[in-house]
Design a binder for this molecule. Sequence first.
Ligand code: DGL
Length: 274
Amino acid sequence: MSCPIGVFDSGYGGLTILKDIVKEMPEYDYIYLGDNARTPYGTRSFDVVYKYTREAVLKLFGMGCKLVILACNTASAKALRTIQQVDLPRIDPQRRVLGVIRPSVEAVADFTKNGHIGILATSGTVASESYLLEIAKIHSEKGFLVTQQACPMWVPIVENNEMNSPGAVFFVQKYIDMILQVDPQIDTLVLACTHYPLLRSVIDLFIPKEITIIQQGEIVARSLRDYLYRHPEMERELSRGGQIEFLTTEKDGMFDKMAALFMQADVTSRHVEL
Ligand code: DGL
């Protein structure tokens, strides 16, 4: 039976992660699942994000995935721990669900010179304080100063393909100005939502050149390769057909058009119910 790697996001944003994972490891099979019908997750409560994410993970398990990547910061912040600690031991201890926050947090130390770090994320990720907690845990001795800024309008702008509109410029500038006012010394800024790379050309207009912007795709892809190297028992299970299947909880035609933009390739998806 085929054993693809499952990649899940609340909508299109996870495609920015999938693209880099596939570039790094084209040999495996993948299933991408976007919960476009219920996006955005970023403004929803812990319980709702957990419920939706759990449903998506179970769907991907049911389709043969033994390894699922939550290519969504909000789901990683609000659902990952409970899924790992409560659900997996009950469902199947051999399966794995990994998130995007840990690899991103590990990477910040490679970029910052002055220890002033900015996190741009959804309201949900900011409220969870996952980045603050993980940075404090992993880099405890380094004394990093971390400033968070919620950017609640950015995901709807991306999901509605308004990335090149005047509204996008307004809201991108607004949140960047806000975070740089709080800490003008920030030298490393994490785009801690998988949708945000799609706003990168607008973001670049307002970020001073000396600030390093961290996008998660390459970081997550490298971290996954490293994980599979360290876990040959999982790597052996994965099927190697180089196929990608796209699933969406919305109308498939709508998904295909937008996803093709993000993947820079033709996409044919299938509608699923969770
Ligand atoms: N792309 C997701 C993230 O990385 C969530 C966007 C949303 O659904 O609000 O946080």
